[in-house]
Write a protein that binds this ligand. Structure first.
Ligand SMILES: [Zn+2]
Ligand SMILES: [Zn+2]
Length: 265
């Protein structure tokens, strides 16, 4: 299956990324993926281990070198993944001035002090407490943050589903409000395949949420492996595309200079 793009990739410019930009690009070319977006973490919150790790200037210089090197073979977008951008609007605006980004992924990794990958948090709270608090934070983010794409909706389920399950129907009102804001603000919804590498085996968002989004008239989607190593580039995006088609969606959104282009899948 042809994978048109992978818009969620981390390199060694992210504290948890393993490989160089060039290695990630070469892997995409080997897989015949024509377009990628490099999206390093911009984490500035008080509970981050390594705040402000990302250095946009040398990263962007390297990205430009690779654009020339792989010209005609690979389109490389300059993306960024900003954690809780609604809570840290000044540092978010500051990083966006430091390079000409093509798009911004908005992510909720923390709800208050609680980290959405932390098993101990899930072991000591109920499913309703966890998911309701997470969706409320996503909704707050969407109302004010300067972003293009909502990243990995359902994130806590990636770790918590094996612990206490995940039933999106219980949170349907909250989730539909989120989808409404995505549609009203012309944002794109990311289909993130990283959960398929985990025990949870969950697509983010859940397939049912993709159906709700299609029913509600949503049509802006991107695909992301959320790779933190070259071996994960494009991984499971074929499954993500199948789920998108099954939900009745048939387009994908590309970004350049923060403008969108909707193309058929
Ligand atoms: Zn993330
Ligand atoms: Zn990420």
């Amino acid at each position: 299956m042809m994978i048109p793009l992978d818009y969620h990739l981390h390199t060694c410019y992210s504290e948890d990324g393993d490989d160089t930009l060039e290695t990630m690009c070469r892997r995409a070319i080997a897989l015949d993926i024509p377009e990628i977006g490099l999206t390093e973490h911009w984490d500035v919150g008080p509970y981050e281990q390594n705040p402000r790790f990302f250095q946009p200037e040398p990263w962007y210089a390297e990205l430009e070198r690779l654009r020339h090197l792989f010209s005609g073979k690979l389109t490389i977008r300059a993306g960024i993944e900003i954690a809780e951008p609604h809570l840290y609007q000044q540092p978010a605006a500051e990083v966006l001035r430091r390079a000409p980004f093509d798009y911004v992924l908005g992510s909720v990794h923390f709800v208050g002090p609680n980290f959405m990958f932390d098993e101990d948090y899930f072991l000591t709270h109920s499913a309703d407490e966890v998911y309701q608090a997470y969706f409320a934070e996503v909704e707050r983010m969407l109302q004010t943050a300067d972003i293009n794409i909502l990243a990995h909706l359902d994130l806590p389920a990636r770790t918590a589903k094996p612990i206490f399950g995940y039933d999106p129907v219980r949170y349907e009102d909250q989730i539909r409000r989120i989808l409404n804001v995505v549609i009203d603000r012309n944002l794109a919804l990311e289909v993130n395949a990283s959960g398929l590498r985990k025990a949870a085996q969950n697509l983010m968002p859940d397939r049912l949420i993709l159906k709700w989004y299609a029913e509600m008239g949503g049509e802006r989607l991107t695909l992301g492996s959320d790779a933190h190593a070259a071996s994960q580039v494009g991984l499971h995006l074929d499954t993500a595309i199948e789920a998108v088609r099954l939900a009745g969606l048939s387009h994908i959104t590309r970004f350049e200079h923060r403008n969108e282009h909707i193309v058929s899948l």
